[in-house]
Design a binder for this molecule. Structure first.
Ligand SMILES: Cc1cc2nc3c(=O)[nH]c(=O)nc-3n(C[C@H](O)[C@H](O)[C@H](O)COP(=O)(O)O)c2cc1C
Length: 200
């Protein structure tokens, strides 16, 4: 089981990254091999809507997306972690997700399917998020993540979304949230392989 863990937060060691590290630990505890990357250490620009991916299903913008897209597609699952900025995932995560327009083009313009990972397992996604305001809802972010999961032909296995954490490492005051993230990492890595290949 190979997983790609993506930290979308610009704040290294912040709340979202702490959740991500617990999920990674959970996945590793059941034998998954996890590669962790931070978007703010990569150069991933926004989709330019040039529509040149319509010809090939590949994005023609040359930056770090190409490598990360390939890593996401050979992984059996992706853990995406992103804080809420202005009611949705932060810009780094949204730019990354938007670039998967090339796979939308592969499927809906070129009529091809997204290849399964080399293991042949159904691809899976988990989402982690934090927000500062106690009353923040994560519905906008979850809508983005559902669209991302559908586009890469993955099952959204679960999410851990924690509000009311703002200062760096406020999340440490919520051990139950860190436990949920650990459990979600385990669930992602052990999610049954015999699930149907269609659906959300
Ligand atoms: C630009 C910006 C916008 C934000 N917008 C929201 C928001 O709309 N709702 C909210 O509850 N928190 C908002 N926050 C607070 C962050 O979601 C919160 O501090 C979060 O824990 C940051 O995660 P991190 O520690 O991983 O960076 C915002 C923070 C920033 C810097």
């Amino acid at each position: 089981m190979r997983l790609l863990a993506i930290s979308g937060s610009p704040r290294n060691g912040g709340n979202t990254e702490c959740l991500l590290e617990r999920s990674v630990a959970g996945a590793q505890s059941v034998g998954a091999v996890v590669e962790q990357v931070a978007l703010n250490r990569l150069r991933i620009g926004p989709c330019m809507e040039c529509n040149r991916c319509y010809a090939s299903g590949r994005c023609v913008v040359e930056d770090d997306f190409q490598l990360l897209c390939d890593k996401a597609l050979i992984a059996d699952g992706v853990i995406l972690a992103a804080p809420i900025f202005f009611m949705n995932v932060c810009a780094q995560a949204k730019a990354f997700v938007d670039r998967f327009q090339c796979l939308w083009a592969l499927r809906y313009v070129l009529g091809q399917s997204v290849p399964l990972p080399p293991s042949g397992l159904r691809r899976r996604v988990a989402f982690l998020s934090t927000a500062g305001w106690q009353k923040t809802k994560f519905d906008c972010a979850l809508t983005v993540v559902r669209a991302f999961s559908a586009t890469i032909d993955a099952k959204l296995v679960g999410s851990v979304c924690i509000n009311g954490v703002d200062a760096i490492q406020d999340i440490e005051k919520h051990p139950e949230a860190l436990d949920q993230a650990f459990a979600l990492g385990q669930e992602l890595a052990t999610w049954p392989v015999s699930q149907p290949l269609t659906g959300d």
